[in-house]
Design a binder for this molecule. Structure first.
Ligand code: C5P
Length: 225
């Protein structure tokens, strides 16, 4: 099967509290974005990898990918969803069978997670890596008073790369353009299509706050046993 990859890196990372967006921060010798690109470069030829970026970050981008032979990055949109759609449209001529959509803010992606997502696409229209929810989840009123406890057995934390049959996810994104979903699987859910969960990984959690980068150093430089 012909597999393409969309890496969304056009966010400003406002919650990260740093003028340099998180995808351009270093983890070891490489930026978060570069870790992601290199993880997928083992699976797909470089002309099928699209990085979605904000042209305001041109210098950060250029430094980040120095020495890699990639096609020109694709300008993103105001929302993550728009950035993904721009990436999918840029692949229409390539007409891949499957596409993996990944957040540049998840540099700890591992081969076994990618393998599980790809394998599941033989059976399902969509597959996403998830982890179980371990804490007890409370739903509250705006006052903070608890209304109910949500049984956690059926809850899962969604990660990326989220894999899809290309035409299915492109159609879904075109249909829901302008809506705001926080991941791509949600669009297929809206259409009643089956998306399956496969096992994710703790190292693949999203870098959102500065502390998260500190924690990520543990998998980049594991402490020798
Ligand atoms: O903001 P959040 O952490 O949910 O962003 C997830 C991913 O989506 C990040 O890699 C970010 O760069 C990307 N993004 C994007 N375009 C936007 C907003 C977010 O490519 N407009």
């Amino acid at each position: 099967k012909k597999i393409a990859v969309v890496i969304v890196a056009a966010g400003s990372g406002s919650r990260f509290g740093d003028p340099i967006p998180k995808q351009y921060h270093l983890l070891g010798a490489k930026t978060l974005l570069r870790h992601c690109i290199e993880s997928f470069a083992k699976y797909v030829p470089s002309e099928l990898i699209r990085v979605i970026y904000n042209p305001d970050h041109q210098d950060l981008y250029d430094n980040s990918v120095k020495g890699l032979s990639l096609d020109a990055p694709v300008p993103g949109g105001v929302t993550r969803q728009q950035s993904v759609l721009n990436g999918l449209r840029s692949l229409e001529n390539e007409n891949p069978d499957h596409v993996l959509i990944h957040d540049a803010a998840r540099p700890g992606i591992s081969d076994d997670v990618i393998d599980r997502v790809i394998s599941a696409l033989a059976t399902y229209q969509g597959a996403i890596p998830t982890l179980p929810v371990l804490d007890t989840i409370k739903q509250t009123e705006s006052t903070g008073i608890i209304r109910r406890t949500i049984p956690r057995e059926q809850l899962h934390r969604a990660q990326t790369p989220q894999g899809f049959h290309f035409k299915t996810i492109l159609d879904a994104h075109q249909r829901f353009e302008g809506h705001e979903f926080t991941d791509d699987a949600a669009l297929l859910e809206q259409l009643g299509l089956d998306v399956v969960c496969v096992e994710g990984a703790g190292s693949n959690d999203k870098i959102t706050r500065p502390d998260d980068i500190e924690r990520a150093r543990d998998w980049i430089n594991p402490v020798p046993a």
